[in-house]
Design a protein around this ligand. Structure first.
Ligand SMILES: Nc1ncnc2c1ncn2[C@@H]1O[C@H](COP(=O)(O)OP(=O)(O)OP(=O)(O)O)[C@@H](O)[C@H]1O
Ligand SMILES: [Mg+2]
Length: 401
C-alpha cells in the first residue's frame, strides 16, 4: 500500500533553512518541518540575515523560508539581498497575516512562492516547498534556454555581418590591392632617388608610406575575413603553433620589455587544426596584449585539456554555448596580460569588425574579428574578459575530435 505522502508525490526530503526572528513563528515552522517528519533531510534556523548568510555559506540548502522583516534587514530588500548572493536557492517568503499584496510582489521579485502566517498547516507547507523547488528548477531550465537562444541570435547577427563585410571586401579589396602595391613601390622608388632630402620632404614621404601600409593592412585583413571558409586541417601540437607565434612577435614584446611566462600542460592531445590560421589568431592576441601594456608588462600563455562536464566551473558561460556541448573533450588556451584591461561598456563590441580603441596608433579593428572567424571555423569558442587586479585574458576553447 502507498503512503499518503507518496500519493501526493512528496517523496523527496528537502534541505531547508528557516530565516525567522519571531520565536513563535520559527518554532512552529521547525515543528512542522522537523527532520523526523520526513519533510526535511536537513533543517537549520536563523533569527537574523547575518546568521542566515553564515549558514548558507557553510551548507547546501535547496529552499529558504524567509521572513522579510529581520532585525538586520527589512522589507523586499531582504529578498533582493538573498537572491543576489544565492541565485540558485529557491525562496519561499513568510509574510504577515494581512500582507497578501506584499506576497504577490515577492513573486515578481524573485521568490518562488509565499506563505501567509497563521494560514497554513504542515501539509500545505510541504506542498509549497516542493512547488517552490520545482518552480526554481523550471526557471533555471528557461534561463539556460534563453541564454542559448540569445547566443545563437548573436551568432546569426555576427555571421550576417561577416557575409556583408565579406561580399564587399572581396570586391573592393581586389580592386584596391594592386594600386596600393604600385603606390608603395613608387614611394620607395622616390625615397631612394630623391636628390633633395630635406627634413620636410622625408617626413611627407614617411607619412604617405605609413598611410599606404595602413590601407594595405585593412585590405589584407578584409581578404582574410572573406576567404575564411576554407581550412587546411592536419593533426598538430598546439604548443608548436604557440611557439611559432611567440617567435614571430618576440621583437615587439622585447621592445616593450614584456616578459613571457608559459604554463603549458604536458602531453596535451594533438588537435585537428589549420596551424597557419591558429598561429595568426595567437599572433593577433599576443599583439593585442602587447598594445594594452605600457613599458614592462607580463604576458602569460597557458594551456590545459579538460572535459566540459558539470564539474567544469572555470568558465560557466560555456554551459550555454551552442557550439561546445557537455561531455566534449576540449583544449583551453589562455593569453593573459596585466595591461589596461577592456572598458566594461566596450567589451561586447570588441569582436565587431572595425571596432578599435587604437585608431590613432594604427589599429584597424579587424584582429579579433578575423580571429573569431578562424576559431568559429574550428568549431571552437573565443572570448575575452577582464581579470583582477588588472589586465585582460583571451580564452580559446578548441574541441578535441
Ligand atoms: N588584451 C587586451 N587588452 C585591452 N583591450 C583589448 C585587448 N585585446 C583587444 N582589446 C580591445 O579590443 C579592440 C579590438 O581589437 P582588435 O584586435 O580587433 O583590433 P585592434 O587591435 O584595435 O586593431 P588590429 O586590426 O590592428 O588588430 C582593441 O582596439 C582594444 O580596444
Ligand atoms: Mg589587434
Amino acid at each position: 500500500m502507498r503512503t499518503k505522502d507518496e500519493i501526493i508525490g512528496f517523496t523527496k526530503s528537502l534541505r531547508v533553512l528557516i530565516v525567522e526572528d519571531t520565536a513563535v513563528d520559527r518554532r512552529l515552522l521547525e515543528s512542522m518541518l522537523s527532520e523526523s517528519s520526513g519533510v526535511t533531510s536537513f533543517l537549520r534556523s536563523a533569527d537574523s540575515f547575518k546568521k542566515a548568510i553564515v549558514l548558507l555559506e557553510k551548507h547546501n540548502f535547496e529552499v529558504v523560508v524567509l521572513d522579510l522583516n529581520l532585525p538586520d534587514s527589512q522589507g523586499i530588500e531582504t529578498l533582493y539581498a538573498l537572491r543576489e548572493k544565492y541565485p540558485d536557492v529557491a525562496v519561499v517568503v513568510n509574510t504577515g497575516a494581512y500582507e497578501d499584496d506584499l506576497g504577490i510582489q515577492t513573486l515578481s521579485s524573485g521568490a518562488q512562492d509565499f506563505l501567509v502566517k497563521g494560514k497554513y498547516n504542515a501539509y500545505f507547507l510541504n506542498k509549497v516547498l516542493h512547488y517552490a523547488l520545482e518552480r526554481k528548477r523550471v526557471e533555471k531550465v528557461l534561463e539556460n534556454a534563453y541564454a542559448q537562444l540569445k547566443e545563437t541570435q548573436d551568432q546569426l547577427i555576427q555571421s550576417e555581418k561577416f557575409k556583408v563585410v565579406g561580399t564587399l571586401a572581396t570586391g573592393v579589396a581586389h580592386e584596391v590591392k594592386n594600386p596600393l602595391a604600385t603606390i608603395l613601390y613608387g614611394i620607395t622608388f622616390l625615397s631612394e632617388h630623391l636628390k633633395n632630402k630635406d627634413e620636410k620632404t622625408v617626413t611627407v614621404l614617411t607619412t604617405v608610406k605609413d598611410a599606404v601600409n595602413h590601407a594595405n593592412k585593412v585590405i589584407v585583413n578584409l581578404l582574410d575575413l572573406s576567404s575564411g571558409t576554407y581550412l587546411k586541417k592536419a593533426k598538430q601540437n598546439l604548443h608548436e603553433s604557440i611557439d611559432k607565434a611567440v617567435s614571430l612577435t618576440r621583437y615587439q614584446l622585447e621592445q616593450k620589455h614584456i616578459s613571457l611566462h608559459k604554463e603549458f600542460e604536458l602531453d596535451i592531445p594533438n588537435l585537428e587544426i589549420d596551424s597557419t590560421k591558429i598561429e595568426q589568431v595567437i599572433i593577433n592576441l599576443i599583439l593585442n596584449a602587447g598594445h594594452s601594456m605600457a613599458d614592462g608588462g607580463m604576458l602569460t600563455i597557458r594551456t590545459e585539456s579538460s572535459i566540459l562536464s558539470d564539474d567544469f566551473k572555470k568558465y560557466p558561460r560555456l554551459f550555454t554555448s551552442s557550439i561546445i556541448k557537455r561531455g566534449q573533450k576540449i583544449v583551453l588556451l589562455e593569453i593573459e596580460d596585466n595591461g589596461c584591461g577592456i572598458l566594461k561598456e566596450k567589451i561586447k563590441n570588441i569582436f565587431d569588425p572595425f571596432f578599435t580603441s587604437r585608431r590613432a596608433t594604427g589599429g584597424v579593428g579587424l584582429g579579433l574579428s578575423v580571429s573569431k572567424n578562424i576559431i568559429d571555423l574550428h568549431n571552437g569558442e573565443i572570448f575575452m574578459e577582464n581579470i583582477s587586479p588588472q589586465g585582460a585574458k583571451a580564452v580559446i576553447i578548441l574541441p578535441i575530435e
